[in-house]
Design a protein around this ligand. Sequence first.
Ligand code: BEZ
Length: 246
Amino acid sequence: MNWNPGKYDQHARFVSDLGMPVVELLQPRPGERILDLGCGDGALTQKLIEIGCEVTGVDASRQMVAAALRRGIDARVMDGHTLTFADAFDAVFSNAALHWMKEPDRVIAGVWRALKKPGRFVGEFGGLGNVDKLHRALLEAISMRGIPPGDVDPWFFPSPDEYRDKLVSAGFSVDSIELVDRPTPLPTGVAGWIEAVAHPFLAVVEPEERGALIREVEDRVRPLLCNDGVWFADYVRLRFSASVQG
Ligand code: BEZ
């Protein structure tokens, strides 16, 4: 997947800016070894480092890892489905990344292996109903062009029950798990948001068709997501804290 850190910074910086509640849920302590799974450009990773944690970040995007390295972070290109760590971290932390990993059982198994025992897995990502209006409009725009939406849809937005079952099956105790509604202003509107974070839907149409697709989605969601010229996205977070015993 081709991420552009510059576009992300311009159109979606709120993703890391709004990540502090999940940092608070993690309750990081100075000296802890933490894996930031899906670290992106490292903006939130840096907060953990400032607290005094020893943090390694991994992300599947080479471009994002390069941006994290420029901040001085120990960051590596690694797919969350194939984590290679064993008994290495006191906690695994993840913000706004797990919904991109469509085989969650493999991800959770890799997190379990990566953790020292006892250890914790704390994260937040898109839950059931996340960006629902935008998601539906994007899927429809793709299918109207004869492209099977199931082949393109890059996101996994589970319910708390579905994700709790997966964590428990992998050997975790779930200390808390909940959906949190978070309508979020989009600083550069729907068009900027699609270009920055919904690019898999653009990648499957011809370059000259992309502007039309964006306008179609905008027209469809305007009555639902635009108030006096201010655009919002209907974000719903799935926030959880899980632990594994010693
Ligand atoms: C999210 O953080 O929920 C999200 C980010 C990009 C695309 C879709 C969802």
